[in-house]
Design a protein around this ligand. Structure first.
Ligand code: NAP
Length: 264
């Protein structure tokens, strides 16, 4: 039987650039060994050598296209089997722009495969093994468009609302099993996601754009504070609590034996 390290290995998806690469760096600085997942093996290997040299941790590269069934199954199995992994950063994602009518079937399918199916299957594999071990951390990267769908592309926004919803339910399922769940809702963050999806970040009001290091540091502070939902730029946490309170106030009336008077 292998000895379980006190600082668990972190599996970071989408680690070859942007938010995932910064998570890899920050977790390495905290002493975690890493398993880096993305499609671009060369970029992952360059990051791995740099982090190993700078932080003296072990880094393994797992090149995988998480929108492809075989590759996803491989990463999922690794999460189920590897007892050293105790942190999942479920970060890989793509964006789309334009209206729903303009989206091609292939674009819709690949976004749903990566932003929804892969995120869900990896979270499920982690939930199963981490709860068995009685410890672990699952960080899901959603977006503020989960709360403001009209701001951006329909499929992308809906995929991020899905990640928020999934995380809220997962937290309820795991909170008494020693597993911490956090969902991060970044606003606009300067990464490659814009050029990859054909958008120009320089066209966005600079007051709305956060640098990626600041975003990830805030998210990790939220994690340390045991937040379920972290919105890095939101000044008052009480504004989020008021939103949840308003939602909860609907609760008693969401399912009743008779329709509301205005519908009769
Ligand atoms: P990014 O720089 O484009 O990084 C995306 C990462 O996902 C890359 O490492 C990419 O690596 C990986 N990836 C893409 N397709 C993949 C696939 N099929 N299989 C495996 N890995 C894949 O973008 P980012 O901004 O850091 O995005 C990270 C997450 O943050 C996403 O979920 C995004 O929706 C979310 N987010 C971003 C913003 C923002 O403004 N930037 C705001 C809110 C939320 P490879 O190309 O090597 O596969």
């Amino acid at each position: 039987m292998s000895v379980i390290s006190a600082v668990p290995t972190a599996l970071v998806t989408g680690a070859s650039s942007g938010i995932g690469a910064v998570y890899a760096e920050r977790l390495a600085a905290r002493g975690h060994d890493l398993l880096l997942v993305a499609r671009d093996r060369q970029r992952l290997e360059a990051l791995a050598s740099d982090l190993q040299a700078r932080h003296g941790i072990n880094v393994e590269v797992l090149a995988a296209d998480l929108a492809q069934a075989n590759d996803l199954a491989r990463v999922e199995q690794r999460l189920r089997d590897d007892e050293q992994i105790g942190v999942l950063v479920n970060n890989a994602g793509i964006a789309l722009h334009g209206t729903l009518a303009e989206a091609t079937p292939a674009q819709i399918e690949s976004l749903v495969a990566l932003n929804i199916v892969a995120v869900t299957r990896l979270a499920a594999a982690a939930a199963d093994r981490f709860s068995g071990a009685g410890r672990g951390t699952i960080i899901n990267i959603a977006s503020v468009v989960a709360l403001a769908s009209e701001m951006f592309n329909a499929v992308y926004s809906a995929s991020k609302a899905y990640v928020l919803s999934l995380s809220q339910t997962l937290h309820g399922e795991l909170k008494d099993k020693g597993v911490q769940v956090q969902v991060v809702l970044p606003g606009v963050t300067r990464t490659e996601i814009f050029e990859r999806s054909g958008l120009d970040v320089t066209q966005i009001d600079p007051q709305m754009v956060m640098e990626v290091g600041e975003m990830v540091d805030a998210a990790l502070s939220g994690l340390d504070q045991k937040e379920l939902v972290t919105i890095p730029s939101l000044p008052q946490a009480t504004d989020w609590q008021a939103y949840i309170k308003a939602r909860d106030a609907l609760g008693p009336n969401l399912s009743r034996s008779s329709a509301a008077a205005r519908y009769k």
